[in-house]
Design a protein around this ligand. Structure first.
Ligand code: SAM
Ligand code: SF4
Length: 481
């Protein structure tokens, strides 16, 4: 695959290496934990830490957004086989009857949700169909799903219809039929889980595709005119600095609109622990150390930038500003209401968050009993809302002060001033009269910058996991400090 000369490798590594000095500096200041490990800031409070909650408790005081619109997520938890790194509960293999059962339950869940909201159709701003592998359905099942799903949507105001896909279901005659069908139903953006373009690493991930299939699937999506986002994992066992450089150099030649990067997460951040933890215990020597993982991240940023891709939403690089996930942007930067349907799906509704069960049996039982399959959630307190309003937007782009005031009732000019001042003095955030956002350095450590604003009770690591420097997340942790 490589066209990179050894001098070119060395030059790239030299360009990237200063980030490792930043990493040491951030550890000494207490921003990053001493082990160098990380915890992704995805929701606040973090997803596994929600208490039990009933549908009645969650919706009791909820009122519809003024424009009556939502971003909509729907989850299909079926895959060919289980990837070593994956922390999602999925059912494996064809499972034709199980899929029929699940689709029937999804259809009913949509009706229960609409009844709960008191609407006859859902008005989506954007849609994301995710999984699992939501394209791992027969053509007939896929069409049935798209039909019942879109018949419950008022599509007049929709800005983007996304689908998460995997390469295998998009190649060959059936793959082309799927792509045609999804296009017919209005799908216009696809996120393809490519993960690697190195066959030996793809085998180690237990992916069911090789690099050639991934590239063929990208071409097929492009021919149908989809906006294409491809995802990669770095820090994976057997990845080396050189084979990662090769991969990124190849990725930028594929002509996709967006490239998304994930650092390998070994510990689960939901209820289900993937096989990767056991793999690391058995073969720790295969797993890149934190320094190498972060060097890979900086190398990717350099190669992407050199080829015209800049970070648009966090971790997602595009050549044009208009290419991003409207779904992610609405939820994380605009803090707009979102409905989640299906196993493990979550709903983010103004000042509250509800999480569906992760157990298939509990899911079917709730639907049979005419209940939404929600089992955890929280109506946020004022303190939690004040933190949530910072954490999501600062992790993903920036915070607009007027929006912050509207969703939290508090002024960003008056909360967390000591923390914000400290972050500024380390060059991690910048602020003007209208917004607060991360700098290039802050973007590199965006999970940790966002975690500065979590309350002590929701931190992933204890206080002593961090150096006692000015950025230890447990210090100045009160919004009034
Ligand atoms: C919600 S997952 C679904 C992916 C999709 N089913 C697929 O495999 O193509 C979205 C992305 O998260 C990333 N991801 C999943 N598990 C991860 C882990 N343990 N560490 C880092 N990234 C992960 C992968 O890049 C994946 O494509
Ligand atoms: S990573 Fe994607 S394809 Fe692999 S098991 Fe998880 S959900 Fe399925």
């Amino acid at each position: 695959m490589s066209t990179v000369t050894s001098t070119h490798y060395d030059e790239l590594i030299e360009l990237a290496r200063p980030r490792l000095d930043d990493f040491q500096r951030m550890k000494a200041a207490g921003l990053v934990c001493k082990s160098g490990d990380f915890y992704p800031s995805v929701h606040y409070p973090p997803i596994t830490m929600y208490p039990r909650c009933t549908e009645e408790e969650l919706f009791r005081t909820y009122t519809l957004p003024r424009d009556g619109m939502f971003d909509v997520y729907i989850h299909l938890p079926f895959c060919h086989h289980h990837c070593i790194f994956c922390h999602y509960p999925v059912k494996l293999g064809p499972q034709l009857e199980e899929k029929e059962r699940y689709l029937k339950a999804l259809e009913k869940e949509m009706d229960l949700y609409m009844r709960r909201l008191g609407v006859s159709k859902i008005k989506p701003r954007s849609i994301l169909v995710g999984g699992g592998t939501p394209t791992y359905l027969t053509i007939k099942q896929l069409e049935h799903f798209l039909k019942f799903f879109t018949s419950r949507m008022d599509m007049a105001g929709i800005k983007q219809f996304n689908y998460d896909v995997d390469p295998t279901t998009l190649v060959g005659p059936e793959g082309l039929d799927r792509l045609r069908l999804m296009r017919d139903y209005g799908v216009d953006r696809l996120t393809i889980g490519v993960q690697s373009l190195n066959d030996s690493i793809l085998r180690k991930m237990n992916r069911d595709h090789n690099a050639a299939t991934a590239i063929e699937s990208i071409r097929n999506c492009q021919e149908f005119g989809y906006q294409v986002n491809i995802e990669f994992i770095f820090g994976y066992p057997s990845q080396t600095i050189k084979n990662w450089i090769d991969l990124m150099q190849k990725a930028v030649t594929l002509g996709v609109e967006e490239i998304q990067l994930y650092r390998l997460k070994v510990e689960a951040y939901g209820d289900y622990q993937g096989t990767i933890k056991k793999y690391k215990q058995i073969r720790p020597q295969d797993v890149p150390c934190p320094d190498d993982s972060l060097l890979m991240k900086q190398l990717a940023i350099i190669i992407l930038n050199q080829n015209g891709y800049t970070e648009n939403l966090r971790r997602v690089f595009s050549r044009q500003k208009k290419h991003f996930s409207v779904y992610a942007h609405n939820q994380c930067c605009n803090l707009q209401d979102e409905i989640g349907i299906g196993l493990t799906a979550f709903s983010s509704l103004r000042d509250r968050f509800g999480l569906n069960t992760q157990s298939f049996e509990e899911y079917y039982q709730a639907i049979d009993e005419d209940r939404l399959p929600l089992n955890r959630g929280l109506v946020r307190s004022q303190d939690e809302q004040t933190r949530w309003g910072i954490i999501l937007p600062i992790k993903n782009r920036d915070i607009r002060k007027r929006l912050y005031q509207r969703v939290t009732g508090a002024s960003l000019d008056k909360v967390f001033r000591t923390k914000i001042q400290n972050l500024k003095s380390f060059g991690l955030v910048e602020e003007d009269a209208n917004s607060l956002g991360v700098t290039t350095l802050g973007a590199f450590f965006a999970d940790e910058v966002a975690q500065q604003f979590q309350s002590a009770r929701y931190m992933a690591y204890p206080q002593e996991a961090y150096e006692n420097g000015p950025l230890n997340p447990f210090l100045n942790n009160d919004p009034d400090a």
